[in-house]
Design a protein around this ligand. Structure first.
Ligand SMILES: *Cc1c(COP(=O)(O)O)cnc(C)c1O
Length: 418
């Protein structure tokens, strides 16, 4: 309240600020070097740098972007932009900015059906269902698959949207140590009697860049009569001959019960899908609340995803390039003495340890013109604050050489490299 408003007669001004506790919580976050702030990012201009999609402008400064999930460089692809513009310009009988309703009411236009048929064909499964985002696909699917009296077995490093879906489902939540199938087996044995059992994992882990032991998880699924759900958010577009994902690359895509992936990372657009048997998709259409109670995606977004899918399937050089670039950078940083994890994906963690060291590392790189993700708890376990480097198919060798030099130099100066 301030002095500009006349006080309502007969009402007491509150004695204290009901939101005062927020100031205390924020001060606490700041003390632990965990407060986050939104910063402004703009795309780089094509005339500024050789590969604009590999750069970003932050608070006005041009930075090499090693922090995006735009692995294939498609966010800036003109063909996708054109498809999105065309969806508005060419729409009959009249263009629509938004879907206007949830898909089960009047928001399910023809482009949705075509896209879902193409996704199902690409993934070699019976049917697919498009969701508004990966977060909504995971929460809406998990909460539909399990409920009270059921048990979910989830890798400790799974994405937050998986954790939230499990909480929302009210099922028992059993977290196994990262990629530890021995620990998973113990938990499955202990909770054999649960009504339904669901094992769930990221295919590629978002903050570590390593991959799940999917074949072993399938064996445990069979042994314990569970369902298996795999989140391909960071592996879609990257693995498989047509970018189908890690399950395809391993030849197990027909056996996994629930396959989920996003269009917000390698595809460079927005949205997500779940695919599997037609029974699964019919069931989710009836039971998945994030699908039922939320508006369909705008037609321009669906058109953008459709074009991105065509490009992801056909332009294999993009996956080859980004994996090559990641391998090269990973081996050089490891040789210099940095802990870059065990993965073989476009995501490279550089473990710094304390929050303060990770922040200082990130700030120094930014000073040197390089943007890396600075990831702190609770996103990663305490004591493993890190830089998260993510590459794109657009980074050139010269750019990566420069990044490598700066990371190693600053790692030495900060004592991350002993
Ligand atoms: C990013 C991510 C999601 C969420 O996807 P959005 O489309 O950004 O909502 C889900 N799962 C994993 C593993 C992710 O990395």
């Amino acid at each position: 309240m301030n002095g500009n408003h006349p006080e309502t007669p007969g009402r007491q001004m509150p004695a204290c600020n009901p939101l005062a506790w927020m100031e205390e919580e924020l001060a606490d976050l700041a003390r632990r070097v965990q407060e986050r702030k939104l910063r402004q990012s703009e795309t780089a201009r094509a005339d500024e740098v050789e590969t604009a999609g590999a750069y970003t402008r932050r608070d006005g400064k041009l930075l090499m972007n090693l922090a995006s999930n735009n692995y294939l460089g498609l966010a800036g692809d003109k063909r996708i932009h054109q498809a999105m513009i065309q969806a508005l310009r060419g729409a009959r009988p009249s263009p629509a900015a938004g879907a206007g309703a949830s898909r089960l009411i009047t928001g399910n236009y023809a482009a949705y059906t075509r896209l879902e048929q193409d996704i199902a064909a690409w993934k070699e499964r019976e049917a697919a269902l498009v969701y508004a985002s990966g977060y909504m696909a995971n929460t809406g699917t998990i909460a539909a698959l399990v409920g009270r009296g059921d048990a979910v077995f989830s890798d400790r490093l799974n994405h937050a949207s998986i954790v939230d879906g499990i909480v929302l489902s009210r099922a028992g939540h059993y977290r196994y140590r990262h990629n530890d199938t021995g620990h998973l087996r113990q938990l499955l044995e202990r909770h054999q009697d649960a009504r339904r059992k669901l094992i769930i994992t990221d295919a590629v882990f978002s903050m570590d860049g390593d991959t799940a032991p999917l074949r072993e998880l399938l064996r445990l699924r069979d042994e314990f009569g569970a369902m298996l759900m795999v989140d391909e958010a960071h592996s879609g577009g990257i693995y498989g001959r047509q970018g189908e994902g890690l399950c395809h690359a391993l030849g197990i895509h027909r056996q996994v019960d629930v396959l989920m992936g996003t269009f917000s990372k390698a595809f460079g657009v927005y949205g997500a899908y779940v695919c599997g048997s037609s029974t699964l998709i019919r069931y989710l259409t009836n039971k998945s609340r994030t699908l039922i109670y939320s508006t369909g995606l705008p037609p321009a977004v669906i058109a953008g995803i459709q074009e991105a899918l065509n490009i992801v399937r056909t332009e294999g050089w993009r996956r080859t390039r980004v994996l090559e670039a990641a391998r090269s950078l990973r081996s050089r940083l490891r040789a210099a003495g940095l802990d870059v994890g065990e993965g073989d994906s476009p995501i490279l963690p550089v473990i710094a340890g304390s929050n303060a060291t990770a922040l200082a590392f990130g700030a120094r790189l930014e000073e040197a013109g390089i943007l890396a993700g600075t990831i702190r708890p609770p996103t990663v376990p305490a004591g493993s604050a890190r830089l998260r480097l993510s590459l794109t198919a657009l980074h050139t060798e010269a750019q990566l050489d420069e990044a490598c030099r700066q990371i190693i130099r600053n790692g030495r100066e900060l004592g991350v490299i002993q």
